[in-house]
Design a binder for this molecule. Sequence first.
Ligand SMILES: Cc1ncc(COP(=O)(O)O)c(C=O)c1O
Length: 383
Amino acid sequence: MQEKLSKLSTPAYVIDEKRLCENLRILHEVEAESGAKVLLAQKAYSVYQTYPLVAEYISGATASGLYEAKLAYEELPGVRTGDKENHVFEPAFKDDEMAEVCRIADHVVFNSLSQLEHHRSIWEKSGVSVGLRVNPELSTQDGHEIYDPCASGSRLGIRACDMPEKLPSGVEGLHFHTLCEQLYEPLEATFKAFEQKFGKYLHDIKWLNMGGGHHITKEGYDRKALIELVKKIREKYDIEVYLEPGEAIALDAGYLVTTVMDIVETEKYPVLILDTSAACHMPDVLEMPYRPPLRDSGEAGEKAFTYRLSSRTCLAGDVIGDYSFDHEISIGDRLVFEDMAIYSMVKNNTFNGMALPDIALLHENGDTEVIKHFGYEDFKMRL
Ligand SMILES: Cc1ncc(COP(=O)(O)O)c(C=O)c1O
């Protein structure tokens, strides 16, 4: 594989189809054994050229608004025919988009009672199944308030104290999304809190969507317990259960291949100037923040040669992290960041006029195929 990656022009995101299929197979098993329906959250991963693979294993997709919903409608096999599902949640839907959303989606989730009523005349006659997002008000994440929809003052989801005694007419589902990169136990705790606060509605709905943030395909995730929980909910309340992971679909299924362009000596570590950028090509590194895994490397000081990995943008803080290697790094060397399929190309940007990385597929037979190349026009077109 290393040899194939070394032939790509850089920077390039590479989707590893074998790894993607391994994840999808696990998610398919969860569907088969629990009866849950699993949806791809496109906000994390939208390489639509692989949607035919996705459609082989799971029940559909979910969208953050009209554009993602349209992408699934156009590219996920089975959505147009109704064999696969197309869900959408948005904190507020635009008036001039609502009719189209209801035409191409089959499940629409509103974030407030006012949005529900504001758009009632459109959704009511469209035939979509409508749900409400609620807030179980149980924070289970440490330190990442920016990713915590249950943080104090959150706008995401209706609190129990703001819900009416009975569900408004036409509401068929409830939705919560509270987790981020979490194992099973926080889901169990969240469901308990949800059931305590919103249980009285569960006999009046057809479906419950438990959102994303479930690291189902990560080693150590207690999938047996998840399967049992879903089965229990389905049996107790006679409802359909949805899970809409994004990360779990393409976890560890992509790379960002980059080339060392220069090496700058500093009073600390020598700095590698790469042809990729945290700010432009992996914004979560700065936003979350986190340290992306890098093939054949260690923590600073762990191996013989330590470097600071940075970029050719003007932002002083555009630093990916400090990494060590067994051998000295030279200009022209290739480095491979791992776990780069998710929240990477869906969030990238052309700050400083940086070119966007190519997108390539690493097919199961080991061949690579560049499916997207971006140039100056892509930068100019957005301005
Ligand atoms: C409503 C909703 N569903 C699903 C997801 C997907 O989450 P993840 O990619 O962490 O699984 C998100 C992520 O923010 C979300 O906001």
